[in-house]
Design a protein around this ligand. Structure first.
Ligand code: EPZ
Length: 422
């Protein structure tokens, strides 16, 4: 299990390329199941989550080739039973369910395990697929979906108690592309990654309108065909590096970003006193640490609101921002595992009932800390950049799930980090 040693005090300068989006890549890789023809997908980040998805697709019978960021997948012959052990290790693999059901008329997929950020139910996914005509059974830890008479278009409202579901919207949208008739998804997730998936599906010959809004209409077609697609930039990786630049930077430029996707994150960074300047094309931005900083109040919300996936990273930034900040996570109220570790480094944070109250301190100090989940581990790296001394971050596999070569990118910007292989 690797550890990361982050030596506080370096100033970040220069520029770094943001990778393709992990959360767009995962459903797009799964969507290749919907056709027997070649799917060429570019800018798929080399992270363990996408590698898991590729292993699952290969286990299902797909022919997969990966050369640097480009993945070619051909699902000529495909099984309808996903490998239990692989699927249960990564929640996002649930998004093979819709494509398998649509292509094969049957799908056997392990119930996803919970995780530290909270219970990860799939009731909304199943509500949507049942509305399309699927029969749902449970056996041996698997979900077994069957649609012997095929899928039929339906009107479906996917809203849950915590708002829309991103992967639930993806699953239903993918299944509906091959259903008989028109499907309307109300209360759909509007994340850029959902729109990127819809663009991929339309390039395969699907007929989807309204993706990126709360109401998506899908007209079923008989079959889908070969496609080439480039995945959108990773807005959460970009946000993470924006926070790093605000914390420890002296003019850091991020390339290959999308200004449209970063509005809520940019607003929060600017509101706390830093400056973010985009180029005219909106695909590059430069961040300068501010002089007069202040705490901010944040409430996470479905896109275009402030993303829950940037909650931990902003907490790390605000831990040493003068003033009081109140951070509420409405999507994953338990997503505060990083706070205990930040307090080990001297942060002044009180967590109660889905809300963290952060009182900015002058400086954190190094301590041995433990990553608990993907975004919490990124928050610990950020906190260590300006902490006094060298911070040792264990269980680094969490960060490798979703950040492509984060230590190399930080080194490129002038940070002093060492990956210690144990
Ligand atoms: C996606 O997860 C992302 N993962 C998550 O990013 C992200 O935090 C989340 O969306 C919210 O934006 C990928 O895209 C691979 P949801 P997803 O279904 O789709 C509840 C990261 O750090 N819910 O939108 O699994 C759920 O409990 C990861 O990259 C139900 O109640 O999340 C949550 O409270 C972490 N029933 C809320 O909805 C369901 O059937 C939103 O979950 C499904 C979800």
């Amino acid at each position: 299990m690797d550890k990361l040693l982050v030596h506080g005090g370096s100033t970040l300068r220069g520029s770094v390329n943001i990778s393709g989006s992990k959360n767009a890549s995962l459903p797009i890789l799964a969507a290749a199941i919907l056709t027997g023809e070649d799917c060429i997908i570019r800018r798929v980040p080399d992270v363990s989550d996408t590698n898991y998805m590729i292993q699952i697709l290969s286990a299902l019978g797909a022919d997969v080739e990966r050369s640097s960021g480009t993945v070619r997948i051909t699902c000529a012959e495909i099984s309808d039973e996903a490998p239990y052990e692989l699927v249960r290790r990564m929640r996002a693999s649930i998004c093979v369910m819709g494509p398998l059901l649509a292509r094969k008329g049957r799908a056997v997929v392990s119930l996803p395990g919970g995780c530290v950020i909270g219970d990860r139910p799939v009731d909304l996914h199943l509500r949507g697929l049942q509305a399309l005509g699927a029969k749902v059974e449970f056996e041996g830890g698997n979900i077994i979906l069957t649609a012997p008479d095929g899928l039929r278009g339906a009107e479906i409202d996917l809203r849950g108690t915590h708002g829309p579901t991103v992967l639930g919207t993806d699953n239903v949208m993918m299944a509906a592309t091959l259903a008989d008739g028109i499907t309307i998804i109300e209360s759909a997730a509007a994340e850029p990654e959902v729109l990127d998936l819809a663009n991929f599906l339309n390039a395969m010959g699907a007929k989807i309108q309204g993706a990126g809004t709360r109401r998506i209409t899908i007209e079923g077609v008989k079959q889908l065909h070969a496609v080439e697609h480039t995945v959108i930039p990773d807005r959460i990786e970009a946000g993470t590096f924006m926070a790093a630049a605000a914390l420890a930077g002296d003019g850091v430029t991020l390339r290959r970003v999308n200004r449209e996707h970063l509005k809520a994150i940019t607003a929060a960074i600017v509101k706390s006193g830093h400056t973010v300047t985009f180029n005219d094309a909106g695909d590059s931005c430069t961040i300068h640490r501010g002089e007069n900083l202040q705490g901010v109040d944040l409430v996470t919300a479905p896109y275009p609101g402030y993303p829950t996936d940037m909650q931990a990273q902003m907490t790390a930034l605000l831990a040493t921002t003068p003033g009081i900040s109140v951070i509420k996570d409405t999507i994953f109220p338990q997503r505060f595992m990083h706070c205990a570790e930040l307090k080990r480094m001297g942060a002044d944070i009180t967590v109660d009932n889905g809300t963290a109250i952060v009182r900015g301190v002058t400086q954190l100090s190094a301590a041995p800390v433990m990553a608990s989940d993907l975004r919490a581990s990124a928050a610990l790296v950020l906190a260590a950049l300006t902490a006094k001394g060298s911070t040792e971050i264990s269980r680094l596999y969490h960060i490798d799930r979703g950040y492509e070569h984060i230590d190399e990118k930080l080194l490129q910007l002038g940070a002093t980090v060492d990956r210690v292989r144990l």
